[in-house]
Design a protein. Structure first.
Length: 238
């Protein structure tokens, strides 16, 4: 097996902000199966462990950061953050993929496949966990993942007006929006619903929608407009 050179080991420790007590764990994390004596001495097992730790830390962070999000909302953000694409990005951002040791048949490939960089990121997490426990692994994960959590949340909720209003109401007004069904019209198979929302006694303009859920979203949009958080829409928020 080709052992990573001392310069690579030093560079990776500098990049991740952690120094290993057992350097063999880091060597294993940087060793791809194509260059290992056996797959048991490659980074695959550490990748498996690191994946589980990454998931647990991200779940805890989401749970604490978004106390009003339901399971489905949390799951969407988690899926984005722990995806192979994001793990590859995080590894690339700190410059560690170039230190992965590969077999002759895989060297010289540019760029490195995303899946290998992602696996290396998770393997490093697994190695850190075994070497120093959960805390250093958690610090590393949060240092690299926090911005991606914020980006995923912004992307997922940029058109979720109920979520935007709830966050604003709880952060600024220490209150929870209350939705009220004002009216419904039309036959059973094609009803329309009018809903309004109130925050701390302030009632905002109602909005019509083809379902209660959509009417609530439009009512939240109206409230955000009236609070000057969003610009008025061309059609008045309907």
């Amino acid at each position: 097996m080709t052992v990573p050179d001392p310069e690579s080991l030093e560079a990776v420790q500098e990049a991740i902000g952690y120094r290993f007590q057992n350097i063999d764990l880091l060597i294993e994390a940087l060793t791809h199966a194509s260059v290992a004596h056996t797959r048991l001495t490659s980074n695959e097992r550490l990748e498996f462990l690191g994946d589980a730790i990454l998931g647990a830390v991200v779940c805890e962070q989401l749970f604490e950061t978004f106390p009003t999000y339901l399971e489905g909302e949390l799951t969407k953000i988690k899926s984005s953050v722990v995806s192979g694409k994001t793990c590859c990005t995080m590894a690339t951002d700190i410059g560690i993929p170039k230190h992965l040791k590969l077999g002759k048949g895989m060297t010289g490939r540019a760029p490195l496949p995303d899946s290998l960089a992602a696996a290396m990121y998770e393997a490093v997490i697994g190695a850190m966990y075994l070497d120093g426990g959960l805390e250093p692994a958690k610090r590393f994960i949060l240092a690299t993942v926090t911005q991606h959590i914020e980006d995923a949340d912004a992307s997922d909720h940029q058109h979720n007006y109920k979520s935007q209003l709830q966050q604003h109401a709880q952060k600024v007004l220490s209150a929870t929006p209350v939705y009220e069904l004002l009216d419904e019209q039309g036959p059973d198979h094609s009803k329309c619903f009018e809903v309004c929302v109130s925050v701390r006694g302030q009632r905002f303009s109602g909005a019509w929608g083809p379902s209660k859920r959509e009417a609530e979203q439009l009512a939240a949009r109206r409230a955000l407009e009236e609070l000057d958080i969003l610009p008025p829409s061309d059609n008045g928020g309907t």
